[in-house]
Design a protein around this ligand. Structure first.
Ligand code: BEZ
Ligand code: FE
Length: 302
């Protein structure tokens, strides 16, 4: 009798030996005191063994994988987290977000957090500017925050952060600039408005082993243009998300970390020079853009 794993016929004895090993490793976790840890370790064992058996992984390939993970560890320090980057490009970060942010009525979809959030970004008033001198096309962003019953959420805290038009976040520069980030609070009607920059596509850090893996698999390191949001309000589920730019050609190529959801793609309307700004800001002969993002927060069931 033979067993087949993706085109490989195994003798009954070979299949028995391989299955027996998996069973033995599973049994080794049987007495794990924490039931959740036991579940995770046994499931991981099943999936890793299934991968090795299904692909008939060679010892050379196993070695390459170990070398790759070693390189991921070596480049990781307090500023560079290559393991999270690896999780991101494998879609594991996004899948974890999907599992932990279940669909709830019209609640706005969540997406990846990314490595460039900074605590304690400055507060701006409604209508203020997050750019802080970062280069880019000014963009008026407005919207409301409501709950899933449609009730406005006054005083919601909105953190926003984004790359400049050169594709860099402030923390990627060697000086201590704070730019392209701020927080603001919604008004009594749940409304918010601010000046940001029209987002532009930029590559994730790709000078390390994750970048080499992307190159070897013919994948782009570029993220679709986006503006990050984190919205918090008492009694409601914290929302970490982005909005994406409808006209961005990178949307068709694909986002390197699989963060795009159709519901998060927004129109950014370019306004010709001389178009009066909503708040009377004097923009001279510059083009500017405007967009709208209406946010729905799910109830906090945690
Ligand atoms: C970001 O959007 O900032 C980001 C997300 C995942 C990996 C790298 C960057
Ligand atoms: Fe980003």
């Amino acid at each position: 009798m033979t067993e087949t794993t993706t085109g490989t016929d195994l003798s009954a004895e070979q299949a028995r030996r391989e299955t027996e090993l998996t069973d033995r490793v599973l049994a080794s976790f049987e007495h794990t005191p924490d039931p959740r840890l036991k579940e995770l370790m046994q499931s991981l064992t099943k999936h890793v063994h299934a991968f090795v058996r299904e692909t008939r992984l060679t010892e050379a390939e196993w070695n390459t994988a170990i070398e790759f993970l070693t390189a991921v560890g070596h480049i990781t320090d307090e500023k560079r987290q290559e393991f999270i980057l690896l999780s991101d490009v494998l879609g594991a970060s996004m899948q974890t977000i999907l599992v932990n942010n279940p669909a709830a009525g019209a609640a706005t979809e969540a997406t990846v957090f990314g490595p460039f959030f900074v605590e304690d970004a400055p507060q701006i008033p409604l209508g203020g500017d997050i750019a802080g001198g970062a280069p880019g096309q000014p963009c008026w962003v407005e919207g409301t925050v409501v709950d899933t019953d449609g009730a406005p959420v006054p005083g919601a805290r909105i953190e926003v952060w984004e790359a400049d038009e050169d594709g860099f976040y402030d923390v990627q520069y060697d000086d201590d600039r704070v730019a392209g980030r701020a927080h603001l609070l919604t008004d009594q009607d749940g409304g918010f408005r601010f000046w940001g920059l029209t987002p532009t596509p930029y590559p994730i850090p790709h000078d390390g082993p994750v970048g080499a893996m992307l190159a070897a698999t013919n994948r782009s390191p570029v993220r679709a243009a986006h503006l990050h949001f984190m919205v918090t309000a008492p009694g409601l589920r914290t929302l970490v998300t982005h909005i994406f730019v409808e006209d961005d050609p990178q949307l068709a190529i694909g986002d390197s970390v699989f963060g795009v959801q159709d519901s998060l793609i927004k129109r950014f309307d370019t306004q010709p020079p001389g178009t009066p700004a909503p708040d009377g800001r004097e923009l001279g002969d510059r083009e500017w853009a405007r967009t709208r993002f209406d946010i729905v927060l799910a109830p906090d069931t945690a």
